[in-house]
Design a protein around this ligand. Structure first.
Ligand code: RB5
Length: 148
């Protein structure tokens, strides 16, 4: 799968490790930065990944910051993005199955690398359930069309 990934300084170390993990699993990973752990602003990197997914350049996006929260808030401002801040594999699977999320945001400070690897496995390995969930996601998309 084509995946874009980015972080801020707080997520940099795990971003590097998760990038290598995803590549080892056969994914095509585009690293949208940063290139070092110097202090940066997470909305800039959330925007890069969100725009790459919204444009279809990547099928899914992965964002890492201290908590994952700021990345999710910022990524969700981009039309077409459904980003969830996830701290367990169960929620990773559910955000795909029920919400058709196309971006996952994870914590580099409060969740271990091993757990984040399991989260990515679930996020990338779970299909959208469709059915009753489809109508609800359609309503999210409609809200986005209404937004000025
Ligand atoms: C950076 O200190 C921190 O605020 C950021 O990584 C993130 O946790 C924001 O949501």
């Amino acid at each position: 799968m084509r995946i874009s990934i980015a972080s801020d300084h707080a997520g940099f170390e795990q971003k590097e490790a998760l990038k290598a993990y995803l590549a080892s699993q056969g994914h095509e990973v585009e690293d949208l930065g940063p290139a070092s752990d110097g202090r940066v602003d997470y909305p800039d990197y959330a925007a890069s990944v969100a725009r790459s997914v919204a444009a279809g350049d990547a099928e899914r996006g992965v964002l890492v910051c201290g908590t994952g929260i700021g990345m999710a808030i910022a990524a969700n401002k981009v039309r077409g993005i459904r980003a969830a801040n996830v701290v367990s594999p169960e929620f990773a699977a559910l955000c795909r199955e029920h919400n058709d999320c196309n971006v996952v945001t994870v914590s580099g400070r409060f969740v271990s690398l091993k757990d984040n690897q399991r989260i990515l496995d679930a996020f990338l390995g779970t299909d959208f359930g469709g059915g009753r969930h489809g109508g609800r996601v359609d309503k999210i998309v409609a809200l986005e069309q209404d937004a000025s």
